[in-house]
Design a protein around this ligand. Structure first.
Ligand code: BTN
Length: 249
């Protein structure tokens, strides 16, 4: 059965991902918890997510997996979420790309961060909490953030965050059900994701966290479990998990 999404607006919460986790047993599939303000918004790699109250979208989509999604297929969720955000931004005339695994960039600036947390039972995912921070109307960012942008900074216009969340959820829900019911093939989703990958097929500098050294490499695609495939200086291909590589921007 295709659930309709249900959006729950909160004034203030520590983190919408944490709030979703606390209530996961009583939350329906495709519920969205969204807050005007987060007091302890969380990012990847233990970072904080900072967002001016009421200016942006900070929300978590709860997915209760029925039918089951195999744990080794979990990267498809990142792919579908990233593609949905890119589709959404393109409807506002913003051409965005995906910085692997699931940051969304406009040029060299970050407009959206995504933090997906899964619960696994056996070899399958039982639920996923998809946390999305999308900068909409914020103009001035904390100086500690290296390269932020927002829809306002790209288009010079303010937008209604309530309407925007409805639109983004319509796009995500549609893409998600196309995957679940088999009308979108996984191979085609991967293909669309690779087409939109930031810095693909051009040489850039990276830090190899396994050996703590810098190198020049070329992103060629994604491999097993969504790991990043980089071609190194002598032409050899190497796969990196998320914590094994950093971009030099
Ligand atoms: C990142 O790029 O580091 C990921 C940022 C994810 C931020 C969102 S905002 C809504 C949800 N709640 C959180 O605490 N984090 C995610």
């Amino acid at each position: 059965m295709k659930s309709k999404h249900k959006i729950i607006w909160l004034n203030e919460v520590d983190s919408t991902n944490e709030e979703a986790k606390r209530h996961i047993s009583v939350i329906d599939n495709l519920s969205v918890l969204t807050a005007l303000s987060q007091t302890a918004g969380r990012g990847q790699r233990g970072n904080s997510w900072l967002s001016a109250p009421g200016e942006n979208l900070t929300f978590s989509i709860v997915l209760k997996h029925e039918p089951k999604v195999k744990a080794y297929d979990q990267f498809v969720i990142s792919e579908i979420v990233s593609l949905s955000v890119v589709d959404f931004l393109s409807s506002y005339g913003i051409s965005a790309r995906i910085k692997w695994p699931n940051d969304i960039y406009v040029g060299d600036r970050k407009i959206c961060g995504i933090l997906i947390e899964h619960s696994v039972t056996g070899d399958s995912l039982s639920s996923s909490i998809v946390g999305i921070g999308l900068n909409i109307n914020q103009r001035n960012f904390n100086v500690t953030l290296p390269n932020p942008t927002s829809v306002f900074l790209e288009k010079g216009l303010r937008f209604n965050i309530y309407d925007m969340l409805e639109e983004l959820m319509r796009i995500f829900r549609n893409n998600w059900y196309n995957y679940i019911d088999g009308s979108a093939r996984h191979a085609d989703i991967c293909h669309s994701y690779l087409d939109l990958l930031w810095r693909k097929d051009k040489p850039y500098r990276y830090i190899d966290r396994k050996n703590e050294c810098e190198f020049t490499g070329i992103i060629r695609g994604t491999g097993s479990f969504g790991h990043l495939i980089i071609e190194k200086e002598k032409g050899e291909l190497e796969e990196f998990a998320f914590k094994e590589i950093s971009y030099i921007i």
